[in-house]
Design a binder for this molecule. Sequence first.
Ligand SMILES: *[C@@H]1O[C@H](CO)[C@@H](O)[C@H](O)[C@H]1NC(C)=O
Ligand SMILES: *[C@@H]1O[C@H](CO)[C@@H](O)[C@H](O)[C@H]1NC(C)=O
Ligand SMILES: *[C@@H]1O[C@H](CO)[C@@H](O)[C@H](O)[C@H]1NC(C)=O
Ligand SMILES: *[C@@H]1O[C@H](CO)[C@@H](O)[C@H](O)[C@H]1NC(C)=O
Ligand SMILES: *[C@@H]1O[C@H](CO)[C@@H](O)[C@H](O)[C@H]1NC(C)=O
Length: 326
Amino acid sequence: MGIITALSLSLIIVLLVVNALAKSDFEALLELKKSIPKDPSAQVLDSWDSNSLASDGCPKNWFGVTCSDGHVTSIILNDVGLLGNFSFTHIIGLKMVRNLSLSNNQFMGTITNIASLQSLEFLDLSRNMFHGFIPSNIVKLKNLVLLNLSSNSFQGTVPSGFSNLEKLKYLDLRGNGFNGDIMHFVSQLGSLVHFDLSSNKFSGSLDLGLGNSSFISSIQYLNISYNSLVGELFAHDGMPYFDSLEVFDASNNQLLGNIPSFNFVVSLRILQLGSNQLSGSLPEALFQESSMMLSELDLSLNQLEGTMNSGSLLVLIIAVIISIIF
Ligand SMILES: *[C@@H]1O[C@H](CO)[C@@H](O)[C@H](O)[C@H]1NC(C)=O
Ligand SMILES: *[C@@H]1O[C@H](CO)[C@@H](O)[C@H](O)[C@H]1NC(C)=O
Ligand SMILES: *[C@@H]1O[C@H](CO)[C@@H](O)[C@H](O)[C@H]1NC(C)=O
Ligand SMILES: *[C@@H]1O[C@H](CO)[C@@H](O)[C@H](O)[C@H]1NC(C)=O
Ligand SMILES: *[C@@H]1O[C@H](CO)[C@@H](O)[C@H](O)[C@H]1NC(C)=O
């Protein structure tokens, strides 16, 4: 009996200690606040006041913070000029946070402990000074719909396992120092809508025959410009049946060979393949009735033959005019 009482007593003590260690959401944000020394607009951190709490333990009127039943659901701090080392370690306890958007500040640091933010749907760190690798446990964020890391100083290869992110629709890595074989990465991607890899150091050839057919049918915006891509486009299986593709930009790489036919890409509006080493002639399919959506075409600075004979130029002009009219 005495033993059982002692055991349950110590269990209670253990539970109390664990509870005391687990920080509430608002306490976590106060920790985060301490690591942000500069708030030029003076409207953010002053409002993060430990005395300004609602009865459910939610921060009350804290700039950029949405909270319900004591749990922070979103932190939106775009365009306010905050400066500091953003420490993900401070916010690992925020189990209900769905939006974390820090775009266009001066945050530094690396992404760490991200996998504990299990509810995250929108993660936007764009236009800051974050650096380092994407941690491989980012692929545990099963609810992620948007991942925007553009315009930072991230580098290295993208971890594998992106196929686990089944809800991911928008992936923007533009303007970093990412490298590695493009297909090693792209072949893991499912039904994305928007995919921007531009202005990085990806290498290899774009060969979507090796990719997932969901990706090919769902992608609307595909920008792989300003990388170190080589070889022929779609050399392996030929032109994929893009059902939804509206914008394709592969300019400023070292692509070779003929321009792919782009037949059956009926929704294509913008095609940019300039500044490569493409050769051969213009594919007729671009000027057929089925391509009437096309309103912007850039093939400049390549090695095309008989570039734009007046016949096809006329058809192109008519196509552009028609697409403007309709
Ligand atoms: C951020 O961290 C770096 C390296 O630990 C340090 O040199 C720098 O002073 C920190 N910056 C701020 C604003 O705290
Ligand atoms: C999260 O951000 C998305 C996109 O900006 C928005 O549609 C959604 O309403 C936001 N959700 C919350 C909980 O703030
Ligand atoms: C990512 O962020 C940049 C800069 O804030 C923005 O221009 C771009 O539209 C965003 N990408 C997506 C897919 O929302
Ligand atoms: C392709 O992507 C879809 C949608 O994300 C996914 O369900 C499927 O498992 C993927 N297939 C392969 C072979 O990875
Ligand atoms: C593709 O990305 C480049 C570089 O990031 C950008 O300048 C260009 O406007 C984008 N292309 C399209 C068609 O959006």
